[in-house]
Design a protein around this ligand. Structure first.
Ligand SMILES: Cc1cc2nc3c(=O)[nH]c(=O)nc-3n(C[C@H](O)[C@H](O)[C@H](O)COP(=O)(O)O)c2cc1C
Length: 194
């Protein structure tokens, strides 16, 4: 079954990266539903390295503030929720549970390049699933890589094996703060069929 035009509009054609937010909170129940969907998205060897912190409180936002680039500061402080998409650099310790039919842990343990590549690739994918799942649940999103990762890691992941990958503001967007949609490539510029 192909999704309706209305669903495709909501997920892609009319969905935008938001810079302003309505004063409308996001229920914790919606965030739980969101993560349940995200965790069903595919990752290599089901490695599921993504770890997610939903920064909702003023106290949490103040911990985030010093790490934000100037252009991302005001909108992030105003967003009802900022998701930190992190990656567990010891994701492979969970593979006996997540990929029980093979010794997948041994593919990674001691192989720093495979660990770094797999953590980054798959947590980034999971962040992408989060953007689309949020849109499917009626939320708006604003992804950001303009922040000081070392500061976020110190403030939120000290003493853990998790590192930050990127941030996603979540809430109900204020359409008056949108920039005009930037152009996209045509098929031939970005893709080919061989
Ligand atoms: C991983 C990622 C990082 C981004 N970083 C920033 C950022 O730091 N600041 C910002 O204002 N926008 C950021 N953006 C938003 C993009 O510029 C935006 O998604 C793109 O221009 C397309 O806009 P549209 O979704 O409204 O069509 C980021 C988007 C992604 C996916």
């Amino acid at each position: 079954m192909i999704l309706s035009d209305q669903a495709l509009d909501q997920l892609f054609r009319e969905a935008r990266t938001h810079n302003g937010w309505q004063q409308k909170p996001v229920d914790d129940a919606v965030l739980k539903q969101l993560i349940e969907l995200v965790l069903l998205g595919p990752t290599s060897a089901n490695s599921s390295p993504g770890r997610f912190v939903f920064v909702k409180t003023q106290e949490g936002k103040e911990k985030l503030r010093p790490a934000l680039s100037p252009g991302n500061l005001e909108k992030t402080m105003a967003a009802p929720v900022t998701a930190i998409v992190g990656m567990d650099m010891e994701f492979y310790e969970h593979l006996p549970k997540l990929f029980p039919h093979a010794d997948a842990r041994s593919w990674f343990a001691g192989n720093d390049k495979a660990i770094a590549d797999t953590a980054f690739r798959n947590s980034t994918l999971q962040g992408g699933y989060l953007i689309l799942a949020a849109r499917a649940l009626g939320l708006d999103t604003g992804a950001m890589s303009g922040f000081d990762a070392a500061k976020v890691d110190e403030a939120f992941f000290a003493g853990t094996t998790v590192k930050s990958n990127f941030l996603i503001n979540l809430g109900y967007g204020d359409p008056s703060k949108l920039f005009p949609r930037s152009p996209r490539f045509a098929f031939d510029e970005a893709a080919r069929i061989v």
